[in-house]
Design a protein around this ligand. Structure first.
Ligand SMILES: [Fe+2]
Length: 182
C-alpha cells in the first residue's frame, strides 16, 4: 500500500496533505496527470528468481499496457539491500530531472519513493508492492530508493533506447525528506 504526501515546493517542513488510501491517492495524482493503480503483485519473489521468471508472471499486465499505451520494450530492475553499488545507484536519480518519455514502473516487490514536482507542489509518493505509476514525459521529479534499497520493478519504455535523465539543476530535492528505509 502506497502513501501520498503533498507539500508546497518552498515549504518541505509542512505537509499539506497525506493519505494512505489507494483510491484517494490515485484521484489526487490523476488530477495532475499521473496514472497510479494497483495490480496483483507477487509478494515474495525468490532471491534466485531471474528476470524472465518475473516477466512471465506479469506478461498479461504487460500485454494490456502495450495494447493501451503502445510501449515498445520492457525489463526488470531488481536491487537488493546488500547490493555493493547501492549508494551509487541511489544517488543516480536523487536530483530533480525529467525524461523525454514516460517513466513507467510497477513494483512487484519492495518499495521506492517518487517525488513529483508539479506546479508549485511536490507530490511525495511511496510506491510499494502492487503499485503501478506512470510519470508523463517532461514531469520534473526525482526518485529515492533509500539507503538499503529493496525493490523489483517492471519498467516499460516507448523508445528502444530506454530513457535518459535530463537534470534541472534545481536544489529542491535536497530540501525534502529522504526515503529512509530500515
Ligand atoms: Fe526519473
Amino acid at each position: 500500500m502506497g502513501t501520498l504526501t503533498i507539500y508546497d515546493d518552498v515549504d518541505p517542513a509542512t505537509p499539506l496533505f497525506y493519505s494512505s488510501d489507494n483510491a484517494v491517492i490515485a484521484a489526487r495524482l490523476n488530477d495532475v496527470g499521473i496514472r497510479f493503480e494497483q495490480w496483483t503483485a507477487l509478494r515474495e519473489i525468490p532471491r534466485d528468481a531471474d528476470d524472465a521468471a518475473v516477466l512471465a508472471v506479469y506478461q498479461p499486465d504487460i500485454d494490456r499496457l502495450v495494447a493501451e499505451e503502445g510501449y515498445k520494450s520492457w525489463d526488470i530492475v531488481r536491487v537488493l539491500p546488500d547490493n555493493e553499488n547501492r549508494a551509487v545507484m541511489r544517488g543516480k536519480f536523487l536530483d530533480e530531472h525529467t525524461h523525454s518519455e514516460d517513466e513507467v514502473r510497477f513494483f512487484a516487490e519492495g518499495s521506492g519513493m517518487f517525488y513529483l514536482h508539479i506546479g508549485t507542489k511536490v507530490y511525495m509518493v511511496l510506491c510499494e508492492a502492487a503499485d503501478f505509476i506512470s510519470v508523463p514525459a517532461g514531469t520534473t521529479h526525482w526518485f529515492d530508493m533509500g539507503p538499503r534499497p529493496h525493490f523489483t520493478a517492471l519498467r516499460l519504455f516507448m523508445s528502444p533506447d530506454g530513457w535518459v535523465a535530463s537534470f534541472t539543476g534545481s536544489g529542491y530535492s535536497a530540501e525534502f525528506p529522504k526515503y529512509e528505509t530500515a
